[in-house]
Design a protein around this ligand. Structure first.
Ligand SMILES: [Zn+2]
Length: 373
């Protein structure tokens, strides 16, 4: 059921915050015959039933809607870098796009994309151990002490490669899949896993769309890693009544024991109860639990001490929008290399599909008003 080739296409795509064009193209390639559109900041909209343009309008169109709209959200961008300066010796300074711990940057390789679309491989480097004093060894890393080396010896040589200040870069990692262990390896699982979940959920609902009580719209949002920016636009454009946010969210089982872990590989979809940006609507949470139990879909409840998702923006879009946040536990997100399990993707999609299929007028009313008054 899970399309591994599509996940390969999505995770291998070059797409740091603000430069998501390749991801947009991959989504278009895998959107089958659903209607699709993009905007000026690389947000992408896909609609299960009908034309996207009919949904992306102002409030006057909202009144004409036949069904409440559910937005399926995932962000398309990944953490990456931008060339900040080209030095006379051919080394490049950079800034980070998104939250990358500096200790995870040196001694890896990256791809820099030039304005004409060429990709140049570079090594991220800090002062080599051979040239370190004792004081250097104990000093904390500073982004200004980390460089990208493209193997050049002068600024001119770098410029001849087509590299300019402002060019984006991402980790250089190729996706692979180990069938026996159903184990996925690659980069950008945060959040190409979420993108894959939107597409799979929409594929699964395709034949049923006429019976659904809701109009299903996929919103692939740019620039999440730099402050959930794309979702401000997608939420304003779609004006959803309900939403599901998919995230390749941090696995924690490699440093928490079994008892404390809330993001173990192979333990199912993570139903997020809260994080810094959003406290999950309790009626939506109850509904998700009820269905997961009934349909025997594996899940793990997650209360995050930190972190935030597009749910923070979507839940506040114009009026209170109940949002369900589902995570695919992914190891080492915001670093070069990630692991995830196929069954966790399957369980995430299954739950999303059941949530949408089982919505009816009563349930929607309950989610929107909690039957309080
Ligand atoms: Zn993310």
């Amino acid at each position: 059921m899970i399309n591994i080739e599509m996940i390969k296409d999505l995770t291998d795509a070059f797409g740091p915050s603000g430069f998501e064009e390749e991801v947009v193209k991959v989504i278009a390639k895998h959107s089958m015959d659903m209607d699709i559109a993009n905007d000026a900041m690389n947000n992408v909209y896909v609609r299960l039933d009908g034309a996207v343009k009919d949904i992306l309008t102002d409030t006057s169109a909202r009144n004409g809607r036949k069904k409440p709209v559910i937005l399926l959200d995932a962000h398309t961008d990944e953490c990456g870098f931008m060339v900040q300066c080209i030095h006379e010796n051919g080394m490049l300074s950079m800034v980070t796009l998104g939250g990358i711990d500096l200790t995870n940057i040196p001694a890896h390789t990256v791809w820099i994309r030039t304005r004409d679309g060429r990709k140049v491989r570079g090594i991220t480097t800090s002062r080599p151990v051979h040239f370190m004093t004792d004081k250097d060894k104990s000093a904390p890393l500073d982004i200004q002490g980390i460089f990208i080396d493209v193997g050049a010896s002068s600024k001119k040589e770098v410029q001849e490669l087509g590299i300019r200040v402002g060019d984006p870069a991402v980790p250089d990692v190729a996706f692979s899949y180990e069938e026996d262990r159903e184990l996925l390896f690659g980069k950008a699982f945060d959040n190409r896993m979420g993108c894959a979940c939107i597409l799979h959920t929409m594929y699964a609902l395709k034949e049923l769309h006429e019976e659904l009580a809701v109009d299903v719209v996929g919103g692939f949002a740019a620039q999440e890693e730099v402050g959930t920016r794309g979702a401000s636009v997608t939420a304003a454009q779609v004006q959803p009544d309900l939403a599901i946010v998919f995230e390749g969210s941090p696995a924690d089982d490699f440093y928490y024991g079994k008892e404390k872990s809330q993001g173990a590989l192979g333990n199912g979809t993570q139903i997020r109860c809260m994080d810094v940006s959003y406290i999950t609507n309790p009626a939506f949470l109850d509904y998700a639990h009820e269905l997961a139990d009934k349909k025997q879909i594996k899940y793990q409840d997650t209360v995050r001490r930190g972190g935030s998702t597009n749910a923070g923006k979507i839940s506040l879009a114009g009026r209170a929008v109940p949002v369900l946040v589902l995570g695919i536990p992914s190891r080492y997100v915001h670093t070069h290399y990630n692991f995830a399990k196929k069954e966790d993707i399957e369980n995430t999609v299954k739950l999303a599909v059941e949530v949408i299929r089982n919505l009816d007028a009563d349930r929607i009313k309950k989610l929107l008003h909690q039957n309080l008054i």
